[in-house]
Structures are given as C-alpha cells and as structure tokens.
Design a protein around this ligand. Structure first.
Ligand SMILES: Nc1nc2c(ncn2[C@@H]2O[C@H](COP(=O)(O)OP(=O)(O)OP(=O)(O)O)[C@@H](O)[C@H]2O)c(=O)[nH]1
Ligand SMILES: [Mg+2]
Length: 547
C-alpha cells in the first residue's frame, strides 16, 4: 500500500461522506449507527483531546476498585468483600478542571483529584473505576456498557478463579476486540496462585484472549493486595496516555468496524466507464430517436422538399398533379409555418416547420423508450451492489415520466430545413416560357391549316432549309423543342431536388437527434451519471474509512 494510512480525521470525513452520499441506498439502521458514531467522535474530540480516559472493566469481585487504589497509591475507591460493591462510575483525575467537560459528557459524577501521576506520562489521565459488566444489577451493567462504548482505552481485570468464564469473554471482551490497540488485560490476585502455577495461568489466559480476537493484547499479572506487578500496569497505562495514536485508536477502530459492516456499492463495470459510457449514451439517443420517429420526420422533410420542388419546377402540364397530394410533413401533423410577418403566403418561401402537436407516443414506441432507458441504466449499473443498481434504475425510471413530453417539446423546437431553393422560381419561369412557346407553335400550326377554310390568307409556315432537320416546319420544331425542354428540365430539376432533399433529410435528422440528445443527457444520462458518481464516492470513502 503506497498511500499513507488515513488519519482519524480522514476516516471521520470519509464516514460522513458515506452517510451523506449513501442515504437511501444504505440500510437506515446502519446510517443511524454511523450518525451516532460521528456524533460521538465529534463530541469526544471536541472535549479535552489531550486527556486519555482509561476504563477499568471486569466481573464483580475481580478487584477493579482494589486495582484502582493500588495504581493511585491511595484508597480512592471503595473495595469490599460484599458483592457487588461499586455501583457508580468513579473518575480519578490529575487535572480536574481540564477534564470537567469530558467527565460531564461521560456522565461521571463521582470524581476525585490527585496530584501525583501514576506515571510521568500520565498527567492527563482519567482513570475510571466501573461497576461490574456482568452485574446482577441492571443499572450497573448499563453504566459499564455505556462507558465501554465511550472510553479511550479499556483495561480488563480478571481473577484466577473466573478468568476463563465464557460469558465474560463471549459477551464482553470479544465484542470489543477491535479495540485491541487500546486494550490491556490484567490478571489480578496472583498472590492467590502458587508461584509455579502463575506462568501456566497467564499462558492459558493469553490463549483465551487470542481466541477473543485480541492476539496482541498484553496480559499483565498483578496483585492489588501485594502490589506485585503494579508498576508494569502503571507503565503500560502511561504508554497509552502518552500516545496520541493510541487515543485515536478507539474511534479509528469504531469507524473501521462500522464501515466494514456497510456494503461496498462496488465499482461500476469498466464496460460503462469513460468512452464506452459515451458510446452507450449515443446508442440510447439513437434508440430513443428511432422510438420517437426522428427518421420518419427526417424522411418527411426530404419528401416534402421533393414534392414542393416538383410542383414548382416540374413540367407544368403534369406538375399540378402533385398539388393533389398532401404534404408529407402536414400528414405527420407537422405544419409548415411561415416565419416572419408580412411574407407572402407561398409555402415554398421561407418556411420553418414546427411541430405543433405531436401524436402521442404509440404503445410500441413507449415500450421501446422504456426498454432503451432501462437497458442503458442496467448496463451503467453493472457491477454495483443490488441496492445501488436499484437506485440507478430508479433514477433512470424517474426520467421516463417526463421523457415523452420533453422529447415532444424538444422536437417541436427543432428548426427543420423546410425552405425552398433559390433556383425553383427560375426553373419555374423557364418551364412556363417553354410551355407558352409550345402553345404558340401549336396555334401557329392550327392557324396555318384552319385560316384558309375561313377564307383568310394562309399563315406562312417557314421550313428549315438545310442541315439534318431540313424540311421540318419551324412551328413543329418549336412544339417538339418545348416538350423536350420541359420534360428534360423537369427531369434535371427532379434529380437536383432529390440530391438536395437527401441533404435536407440528413440535416433534419442531425438536428432532431441533437435535440433528442439534449433531452436524453439531461433526463437520463446525467441522473444516472450522478448516481454512479455517488456510488463511486461512497465506495472510495468506505475504502478510506475501513483501511
Ligand atoms: N487476595 C487478593 N484479594 C484481592 C485482590 N484484589 C482485590 N481483592 C479482594 O477482592 C474483593 C473484591 O475487590 P473489589 O476491588 O471490591 O472488586 P471489584 O471488582 O471492584 O468488585 P465490584 O465493585 O463489585 O465490581 C475484596 O475483598 C478485595 O479485598 C488481590 O490482588 N488479591
Ligand atoms: Mg468495585
């Protein structure tokens, strides 16, 4: 591990991130515990961080009060053969004023102050004698349990008769195993053991403690009565008090343990990170674009262009037929609308097509939309823990309600290329001139043949005198030429309008997809991305809190 170990501050910040970003995704019972722990951590750290509170825990009669007296060197706590003796926590301090606030928070009312520290490093020690953890008195037990959750370090006192007691180990010592770094185990009353039994008992206790999950906890054999081994306990307490790290160790272990119980959201699969996430978003856009009919509209834009071009530039004798057909855009419910006041009513001039009333999404389109959104969300959430996958899906599904209306509006606001082309009127005029020429040629011919029968002089019909058309009547040629030019011009402009229409269709498709993309980004991709980021930040914070 290359990075330095996180400090307690780092861990607390990380746990706070976890609770904030994880709300609604992490079981609320755990979140409540985390909130309580954060509050406790803050409370403890804001109060006399230089003090170290060492709690003396153990079964009744193990000699807790006697040990406190032995350590202090005076009778400050009441020790007695009567069981149980101690029913209130008693704090011994060497700096009463400085520790007052801390003791209030710990709800320890009984306090005594001494001046001579038990160890040179223990000037800011708060030594707490406690009622028995396994007391028949519920009140005693409650006090011991509460303080076991609050003190900075735990000192377990066991005696030769009951050191192996199952209940004590299973219910009290083992559950606090995470605080191994700030735990001392004292085997008291060794004066009651034969000298040659002591080592065996210490070894046995050691192995039990190891099974409790405290493999490295020190076991100190002492006698509160003969004071044998007391100096070693004083030194061990002095060492704990001197080390700031040891003081933070308790909260560190609490944060680590709680963080360990919170499920890691897991890293979203690499398949949806970075560029492939972008690709997935593009696929989603295309799918939704198809579902809402982007291609249909784009095709209609192209066909509308061709139809209008045909009406203006086609051979006038047949192009009027086109007017009988409805405009493809109008048929889709997309009405051409003139923009700019005072323009002519000619629908080929300056058109902007706006979608004014989108036909409701068909059931099929709606299903396709939902499927696309869910597929996207599920792919994005792949690799996440179940509750987080559900959250990602929910954020995407939340968008489904608004999506059809938003898409409708976005498509309605997309300017579609619907203007006519500049060359339409020119070709149109030429077509009409050609038609007029053809009609004149026909009248000429008809006149030439009919006038004599009305007794009028015959019209002169000039003929071509040389070349490949030698002998052809000029009016005939005019008629043929007019028809040829009209049909050819119609065909040419038809080809040109087909090309332009294709370009228009592509432009319309591009713009519509851009509009769809906008909605999809805002409505689906962004919320899903935010949810993924949230999962990622919880995952990262958990890693810090646990390490
Ligand atoms: N022989 C011997 N007796 C001890 C020793 N330590 C304590 N005792 C005796 O054990 C009995 C109980 O001691 P306490 O100090 O009151 O025990 P405690 O753990 O505080 O008990 P509670 O307050 O009831 O939880 C007393 O009679 C002490 O004199 C020791 O090291 N050796
Ligand atoms: Mg006692």
């Amino acid at each position: 591990m290359s990075a330095a170990k996180p400090t307690l501050d780092d861990r607390i910040t990380a746990l706070r991130t976890v609770t904030e970003a994880g709300s609604g995704r992490i079981p609320s019972a755990l979140l409540d515990e985390a909130a309580a722990l954060l509050q406790q951590a803050e409370a403890r750290r804001s109060r006399s961080p230089e003090h170290t509170v060492v709690g003396v825990f153990g079964a009744t009669g193990s000699g807790k009060s006697s040990l406190v007296n032995a350590l202090v060197g005076e009778e400050v706590a009441k020790a007695h053969v009567r069981r149980p003796t101690t029913s209130q926590a008693l704090a011994v301090t060497w700096d009463a004023a400085g520790a007052a606030d801390l003791l209030n928070w710990l709800q320890i009312r009984e306090r005594v102050e001494r001046t001579q520290p038990i160890d040179p490093r223990a000037g800011k020690l708060v030594l707490v004698d406690l009622p028995d953890v396994d007391s028949i008195e519920a009140g005693n037990r409650a006090i011991a349990e509460r303080l076991a959750g609050q003190v900075d370090a735990l000192l377990w006192v066991v005696d030769p008769q009951k050191y192996a007691d199952d209940v004590l180990h299973a219910e009290f010592i083992a559950p606090h195993a995470r605080h191994a770094a700030v735990t001392l185990v004292v085997l008291n009353q060794i004066d009651l053991l034969r000298a040659d039994d002591r080592a065996a008992v210490v070894r046995s206790l050691h192995s039990i403690i190891e099974r409790d999950g405290l493999p490295r906890a020190r076991v100190l054999p002492v006698s509160a009565r003969t004071l044998e081994g007391i100096d070693e306990v004083r030194a061990a307490i002095g060492q704990l008090a001197a080390s700031r790290a040891a003081r933070d160790a308790r909260l560190t272990a609490d944060v680590q343990t709680l963080a360990g119980r919170i499920d890691d959201p897991g890293a979203a699969s690499t398949a949806v990170s970075g560029s492939s996430r972008k690709a997935a978003a593009t696929r989603l856009r295309d799918e939704i674009g198809t579902a809402v009919g982007v291609d249909v509209v784009a095709n209609a834009v192209g066909r509308s262009y061709r139809k209008r071009a045909g009406q203006v530039t086609g051979w006038p004798l047949v192009s009027w037929i086109g007017r009988l057909r409805a405009d493809p855009l109008a048929r889709l419910g997309l009405g051409p609308r003139r923009s700019g006041a005072g323009r002519g009513a000619d629908t080929t001039v300056d058109l902007d097509v706006h979608r004014t009333s989108m036909p409701l999404l068909s059931a099929g389109a709606q299903a396709r939309l939902s499927l696309a959104v869910r597929t996207f969300a599920d792919a994005a959430a792949e690799g996440l823990a179940a509750s987080w996958r559900a959250a990602v899906r929910a954020s995407a599904e939340g968008a489904l309600d608004r999506l059809p209306a938003d898409l409708d509006l976005a498509i309605a606001r997309t300017p579609l290329p619907a203007r006519g082309s500049w060359w339409w009127p020119i070709v149109g005029i030429v077509q009409w001139l050609t038609l007029v020429a053809g009609v004149l040629g026909a009248l000429w011919l008809v006149g030439a043949s009919l006038l004599p029968s009305f007794g009028m002089p015959a019209l002169l019909i000039p003929r071509v005198e040389s070349g490949p058309l030698e002998g052809w009547a000029v009016p005939t040629l005019v008629i043929i030429g007019a028809v040829l030019v009209g049909v050819l011009l119609g065909a040419l402009s038809g080809a040109l309008s087909a090309l332009t229409a294709a370009a228009r269709r592509r432009t319309a498709r591009r713009r519509l997809l851009a509009s769809v993309d906008d909605v999809v980004q805002r409505g689906v991709v962004a919320p899903v991305g935010a949810e993924l980021e949230r999962a990622q930040s919880v995952s990262a914070a958990l890693a810090v809190a646990r390490r």
